[in-house]
Ligand binder design. Structure first.
Ligand SMILES: Nc1nc2c(ncn2[C@@H]2O[C@H](COP(=O)(O)OP(=O)(O)O)[C@@H](O)[C@H]2O)c(=O)[nH]1
Ligand SMILES: [Mg+2]
Length: 383
């Protein structure tokens, strides 16, 4: 009987060649993820404690060669929550770090149905045809529950999924947004080390996910549609200020002129906002992900942004700041987890919370009590 985890599909290139890749493929357990109509092979890779790992050098060399099977397995390694895998994952990443970073990282957000996946399919195939190597990642806080995005992307990105110059990886499942973000960031580094020079990160505009994606990309694109109430369609305040480009999608057929009107509306609204990137005026465009009209202009905009920010230093500055922010957030996460899993805190917390709720102690003194218990905890006898 396979555990639930083991059935998670992995998007592994069906056409990867080479004896090394083939030998690994043969070692992969399971052959079918049970999704209806899955024509191309999808290889479930065992996750968690049962994951069979390669050696560090096998991961490093495989990724550097652009071997997609090894890349997929390296990502599975860093996604593993098993403590036994963490140090191997970190040493693989450390070796590959000097080869990462050589890409443009693009975040794409928008409400469900805005056409993000279709847009990525069209832009992605345009880019691979022009010689780029593309990686498509996702941060979807809901995917662990529904697996909806995996199925959706599979059908919407049919061409791209079969493109040997493109590597698609669905959102890591499980865990909080912070954990998912860490895995996506590290996945991005692996993809870059494998030679992918354009990284597209799709996120659905839910909760904090846009801010999380903004914190890991160079260019943040807001994909909108027209007609959804004609209001500024449920755009959360602040999201527009994160965007380096606003694109009204589905500008085709009868919708063309309405899309243009929506674009003008947003251009007007943006006029009063602080641009997301210093020195860059956030442009508004229309496109049709379905017909491909306007996609070239979107890419030209992104290229112009890249060139300008590289030249003026905002590009490197943002990446530096993102890296430091990442370190801080990982330290924060680590401390939080150390705190809440300490036996002293586990034992004390319910009582203290009760006291606070009952009004017998103040919040501040509750914090004092907990911190003091943590400071005086037994250390060094972790199991
Ligand atoms: N007419 C039109 N339909 C589109 C366009 N882009 C996407 N769609 C359709 O909109 C629906 C949602 O697209 P999808 O890419 O899954 O959106 P996502 O949820 O944002 O990833 C699908 O039925 C697409 O075929 C477009 O440019 N024009
Ligand atoms: Mg989608």
């Amino acid at each position: 009987m396979m555990a639930q985890e083991d059935r998670k599909p992995e998007w592994v290139d069906p056409d990867a060649e080479g004896t090394f890749a083939t030998s690994i493929r043969k070692g992969v357990e399971g052959t079918h993820d049970g999704m209806p109509g899955s024509g191309e092979p999808v290889h479930p890779v065992p996750a968690g404690p049962r994951l069979r790992t390669l050696t560090k050098d096998q991961y490093v060399q495989g990724v550097r060669k652009g071997d997609r099977v090894v890349l997929a397995r390296a990502i599975t390694l860093i996604e593993s929550n098993a403590p036994a895998h963490a140090s191997l994952a970190q040493s693989v990443l450390t070796e590959l770090l000097p080869f990462s970073g050589n890409s443009i990282r693009i975040g794409i957000t928008g409400v469900p149905g805005a056409g993000k996946s279709t847009f990525i399919e069209t832009l992605g195939t345009h880019l691979t045809a022009a010689g780029h190597k593309v990686a498509v990642l996702a941060i979807d806080p809901s995917s662990s529950l529904t697996r909806g995005s995996v199925l959706g992307d599979k059908t919407r990105m049919e061409k791209l999924a079969r493109d040997p110059r493109c590597f698609i990886r669905p959102s890591p499942s499980g865990g909080n947004l912070g954990g998912v973000a860490r895995k996506t960031r590290e996945t991005m580094l692996l993809c870059e080390a494998a030679g992918h020079d354009v990284v597209l990160v799709e996120t659905v505009g839910v909760g904090q996910s846009e801010i999380t994606v903004r914190s890991m990309v160079d260019f943040f694109l807001l994909l909108l549609i027209t007609g959804a109430g004609d209001e500024l369609q449920g755009i959360k305040k602040g999201v527009m200020e994160l965007a380096d480009g606003v694109v009204i999608n589905k500008a085709d057929g009868e919708n063309r002129s309405r899309a243009e009107a929506t674009r003008a509306e947003f251009a007007h609204a943006l006029h009063y906002l602080t641009p997301a990137t210093q020195g860059w005026t956030t442009p508004t465009l229309t496109c049709s992900a379905l017909t491909g009209e306007g996609i070239t202009q979107v890419w030209e905009t992104i290229t112009a942004f890249h060139k300008q920010t590289l030249h003026h230093g905002e590009f490197a500055g943002r990446r530096r700041a993102q890296m430091l922010e990442w370190v801080q957030s990982m330290v924060g996460e680590h401390l939080r987890s150390m705190f809440y899993t300490a036996p002293e805190i586990v034992a004390l917390l319910p009582r203290v919370e009760q006291e606070v709720a009952a009004g017998t102690i103040t919040a501040a003194s509750a914090v004092q009590k907990l911190l003091s218990a943590f400071e005086h905890r037994q250390v060094g006898n972790k199991s």
